[in-house]
Design a protein. Structure first.
Length: 369
């Protein structure tokens, strides 16, 4: 009898040891960026497949993994000693924004989860002019074939509002630290609208940029940088075939109408030049995406005279596209009010949600989605 009990005890110990060995054998493995199960969207430079370079705000990767933890390997460019942020979503729920640290590579982005199958999104929360982020891989037990990708695609062209500047004060209050420390593209109206419409998103946005002139300089303006992967005038040309949108949303004009930062002489905005520059830009978008619906949005930070004038100028653009270019796939949308409770009078997080609620039915109607 004692011998039998001893055998049972030894078997139990062996099971525990074996299971412990199994746990050790199933430790996280490195999954390199060229893994076919990792999905990418946004302005990303793939010239080195082992080091995809996330450039624009909202550029992201998505993956399905099994386990209760996962880490990502990232390298921040630290352009001009700037620091980027990434936003993390797991199983469709926003989790956190993480500040990238110089010389740090590994970031634990999923922990203490149920040991099950999860969907992970790693999104660049900051914009291209803050610098790029190199993605070097994932450390998790197993990644799985992805779900079928969303078929709908929206591109959001804009300025700091579209970048999500000034909306995230969860850690750093306004008017402290760096001007971009409240950026969070993942919580901006573009992502919110796209997610509600079950669409992918691409942000082509730069803080301070305009159609004819910028907030703090005469240029380069959005028409000057749009074709470049890093939204500048020096980087390689963006391969537009990587992402062909069904809908292009343009939210520009705020910086053209602004009073500027006082660093250079700024005359009254030339209405004829603004309208013509905007028309030429829309025509470029049309040439690039012949079948897309194009929606021109008014400035959500505006009220009063500036709001009325921008609406007047955009109406002239739409009229030209309809009557002269015979293009009836160009539309105009006016926000119902002014959204400026965030940092530097930008929309805050709740206002981005309200903007998305306004936009969603309009986009649905335009697209018949």
């Amino acid at each position: 009898m004692k011998k039998t009990k001893l055998i049972i005890i030894l078997l139990v110990i062996n099971v525990f040891l074996f299971n412990g060995q199994q746990v050790l054998l199933s430790q996280p493995s490195l999954h390199t960026p060229d893994n076919q199960y990792i999905q990418y969207k946004g302005r990303i430079d793939f010239s080195n497949p082992q080091k995809p370079r996330l450039s624009g705000a909202g550029a992201y990767l998505q993956v399905k993994f099994r386990g209760n933890t996962c880490s990502t390997l990232l390298e921040d460019q630290n352009l001009n000693n700037n620091h980027n942020y990434i936003s993390i979503a797991i199983d469709g729920k926003y989790r956190e924004r993480i500040k990238l640290i110089k010389n740090k590579t590994e970031y634990e982005i999923a922990k203490n989860l149920e040991d099950a199958i999860h969907t992970l999104i790693v999104c660049k929360a900051t914009e291209a002019q803050i610098g790029y982020v190199d993605f070097l891989g994932l450390l998790c037990t197993e990644i799985l074939p992805p779900e079928k990708s969303r078929e709908r695609k929206i591109e959001f062209i804009g300025d700091s509002i579209t970048c999500g500047m000034g909306l995230d004060t969860s850690e750093i209050p306004c008017d402290s630290a760096e001007w971009y420390d409240q950026h969070n593209a993942y919580l901006a109206y573009g992502w919110l609208v796209a997610d509600k419409l079950n669409a992918n998103w691409l942000f082509s946005s730069v803080s301070g940029i305009g159609v004819t002139r910028n907030w703090n300089s005469p240029g380069p303006t959005m028409p000057d940088v749009y074709e470049h992967i890093f939204l500048d005038t020096d980087s390689t040309i963006w391969d537009a075939n990587q992402y062909i949108p069904n809908l292009v949303s343009i939210c520009l004009g705020t910086n053209d109408f602004s009073d500027g930062d006082g660093t250079y002489k700024r005359d009254e905005l030339d209405s004829a030049k603004f309208i013509n520059d905007y028309i030429q830009f829309v025509k470029r978008i049309r040439a690039q995406y012949p079948h897309a619906q194009i929606c021109c949005l008014t400035g959500p930070m505006f009220s009063g005279d500036k709001s009325a004038r921008l609406m007047e100028y955009l109406s002239a653009v739409i009229k030209h596209m309809h009557e002269v270019e015979n293009d009836n796939k160009v539309h105009i949308f006016k926000f119902s009010g002014s959204y400026s409770n965030g940092c530097a009078s930008h929309p805050d997080r709740q206002e981005h949600e309200k903007m998305a609620e306004e936009l969603m039915p309009f986009f649905k109607g335009v697209m018949n989605w």
